[in-house]
Unconditional design. Structure first.
Length: 298
């Protein structure tokens, strides 16, 4: 694993790099908030490093990066500033972005703020609006609850999905609680193809517990700040860079409103749809994912 800790704006940021410096650089932004870049590099580093300089990070305070201190100021803006500072640190003039899920939210925010630093942007099953995504996820949870015989859970999910009085934060947090009631079937919300699992055994269970304790702080601080609950759909029309929206047949994050808004407002935009795939094409259909990236980022 080509990994190291790099001091960025006073914090140790976990960074992985693959491929030669002469190849087009790509920054991968993971989802969550707080999920780590581990599964992306596990499935994609060998596939992409022959064609690109691949850089993947655990965002500030996430998993293998330095923990966010109790009295430390931390904001959504810090993640974007970290990315831009890392680009300068690595001596990269422009790079392309791949943002998965919440990483898509970050990628849209980054290209909006620093357009001259970005070449192209790939949004992999993103959210640009947490309220829309939470309602979509609740509908998927309700369908799964019915499938597994929990009619009460299905009813509560549908009621919440159609409740117009809830704030975005309330929708998001109540979705998390309700989806937990699916128990061992919860990941069915996200994963359709289960034949390409990620091997997490490089770290012990105890290490992963410590990593995710850090990620929980990261997420809690973003949630308390509330900036992540602001819709970014209106920013799509501002972007002058080529953008690719990846959608998937069984994804429950990028709803039709997201897709319609992208179609109508992206100045230089393409859409690629994965069939028989869930929320994470980069490991559910890794070869097709790589092929699409190669065609978009020449």
């Amino acid at each position: 694993m080509n990994s190291k800790l790099i001091s960025i704006r006073g914090k140790q940021l976990y960074v992985e790099e693959y491929g030669s410096n002469e190849k087009p650089p790509i920054l991968y932004l993971h989802g969550g908030p707080g999920e780590s870049c581990f599964d992306f590099t596990f499935h994609q580093k060998d596939r992409l490093e022959s064609f690109y300089r691949v850089i993947a990070i655990d965002q500030r305070g996430v998993c293998r990066s330095e923990v966010i201190g109790e009295n430390e100021i931390f904001s959504l803006d810090d993640i974007i500033e970290d990315c831009e500072c890392l680009r300068e640190h690595l001596g990269i003039e422009k790079w392309s972005l791949i943002g998965h899920s919440f990483g898509g939210y970050l990628a849209l925010l980054y290209v909006s703020r620093f357009p001259d630093s970005i070449d192209r942007v790939v949004f992999e099953c993103p959210t640009f609006d947490f309220a829309l995504t939470s309602r979509f996820l609740l509908e998927k949870t309700a369908k799964l609850a019915k499938k597994y015989g929990n009619e009460d859970l299905a009813r509560r999910c549908f009621e919440l999905a159609n409740n117009q009085e809830k704030t975005t934060q309330q929708l998001t947090e109540e979705y998390m609680k309700l989806s937990d009631e699916l128990g061992e079937n919860r990941m069915d919300i996200y994963t359709f193809i289960k034949e390409n699992p990620t091997d997490y055994s490089i770290y012990s269970d105890e290490e992963w517990d410590k990593f995710y304790d850090k990620s929980e702080i990261h997420y809690d601080r973003l949630r308390d700040e509330r900036k992540i609950f602001e819709s970014l759909l209106n920013k799509i029309k501002e972007v002058q860079r080529p953008m690719l929206l990846m959608t998937a047949e069984h994804d429950a994050a990028t709803c039709e409103t997201h897709i319609q808004s992208f179609s109508e407002n992206a100045k230089i935009g393409e859409i690629y749809h994965f069939v028989n795939c869930g929320h994470t094409p980069h490991y559910e259909q890794p070869d097709e994912f790589t092929k699409v990236i190669k065609e978009f980022i020449k």
